[in-house]
Design a binder for this molecule. Structure first.
Ligand code: MRU
Length: 366
């Protein structure tokens, strides 16, 4: 995407073809900082501490992590053993987004067919780059398919403003280009649809107010940051026409894991007869799990993410304690929205209902 006149992606390979460069998203929107990853430990740290986050981006970072492992393995006596072990560690960095395991395994498969150290590195580099390009193209297609839904609402409203609501950041920062939930928004906006986005702030880490608001602002998309609890009120008063969110893992039966709070939005949308769409590339479908509520692993993170709020104060980064020092806190990072609350999935192959039959009709090879 273009930011201040520059073409940017959240991850890229340096000219040395060894160093993985990532935008450190913890610092946005107030500081634009790029981090270098050259060791497996750095890759794991960047995923776990959320320099990079969002399902497709975690998948691509994991894929480049295999390249890093192959480079770090150059002098190891048991090269395949070293790389396999590094891959297991990378895959364990965050549990909910299925793209991480998918991306790492896809690159590892290529690496294990190569015979020399250099061939391993080349194979990993090629496959990771291929995944990045595929995900960018998948998101572009999600935008094209989803924009049609927004245009249909615009026609129903005789060109009146279409109000969308999104949760967390499922934008280009979470992907490679375009985003998942934001791709239809950008595409419809580029086609001239009059639209406005309600941006859930998305506590505790505020991916909505920090990242989605930043992205939409850079693209000139009208938006308003709201508290996480405002959505139900806005829906009751006819001020939301459609909810679009991303997902970290959706079962092939249609259950959707996404940032904590998504389920409450889906309940409110159902109660108010508002369409609730989930945008995702096929890499985010879990083709093995049947029951998302029971089976999808939900990440729990440090209680300090709930206890402290981070932002800008007096021109510098600030971290502020909110609850009493002695109050325990808990950070459940994701929840699962059952398929019955999902109007449809917007994928690179088109839009489908949230049922096993509809999903497999679009992806018959699985
Ligand atoms: O904890 P995060 O910031 O990695 O959570 C990200 C989300 O919940 C996104 O909505 C999801 O990954 C979809 S990204 C296109």
């Amino acid at each position: 995407m273009i930011v201040d006149g520059q073409q940017v992606r959240p991850i890229w390979l340096d000219e040395d073809r060894i160093t993985v460069k990532v935008i450190d998203q913890r610092q946005l929107p107030h500081r634009f900082v790029v981090a270098d990853l050259t060791t497996v430990d750095q890759v794991i740290h960047a995923i776990r501490e959320m320099y990079v986050r969002g399902a497709p981006l975690i998948g691509v970072t994991g894929a480049y992590g295999v390249m890093t492992a192959a480079i770090n393995a150059k002098r190891a006596s048991d090269r395949p053993g070293f790389i396999r072990q590094a891959c297991e560690r990378i895959k364990a960095a965050r549990p909910t987004a299925v793209n991480l395991v998918w991306g790492v395994d896809r690159v590892l498969k290529k690496v294990l067919t190569a015979y020399t150290a250099d061939a391993c590195i080349d194979a990993a580099r090629r496959e990771a780059a291929a995944i990045a390009e595929e995900e960018a193209e998948n998101c572009r297609r999600i935008g094209v398919h989803g924009a049609g839904l927004i245009q249909a609402i615009s026609r129903e409203k005789n060109g009146g403003t279409v109000n969308l609501l999104t949760h967390c950041n499922a934008g280009w920062l979470a992907c490679i280009e375009h985003g998942t939930a934001t791709a239809p928004i950008y595409e419809a906006f580029n086609r001239g649809v009059d639209l406005h986005v309600w941006v859930d702030e998305t506590r505790p880490l505020n991916q909505g107010s920090r990242l989605t608001a930043w992205e939409l602002g850079k693209h000139g998309v009208p938006h308003t940051v709201i508290t996480d609890n405002a959505g139900g009120h806005l829906m009751q008063h006819g001020r939301v026409d459609m909810v679009i969110v991303g997902t970290d893992r959706s079962t092939h039966t249609g259950d959707v894991a996404n940032k904590i709070g998504t389920y409450l939005k889906a309940l409110a949308a159902r109660d108010n007869g508002i369409p609730f769409y989930v945008a995702l590339p096929s890499s985010t479908f879990d083709w093995t799990m049947q029951d998302g509520v029971k089976e999808i692993p939900i990440e729990t993170r440090s209680p300090d993410e709930v206890r402290y709020v981070q932002g800008l104060a007096d021109g510098g980064p600030a971290r502020v304690l909110v609850p009493p020092e002695s109050s325990p806190a808990a950070d459940f990072a994701f929840d699962v929205t059952p398929a019955r609350l999902v109007t449809g999935f917007i994928t690179e192959r088109g839009v489908c209902g949230a049922s096993q039959a509809a999903i497999h009709a679009l992806f018959p090879e699985y």
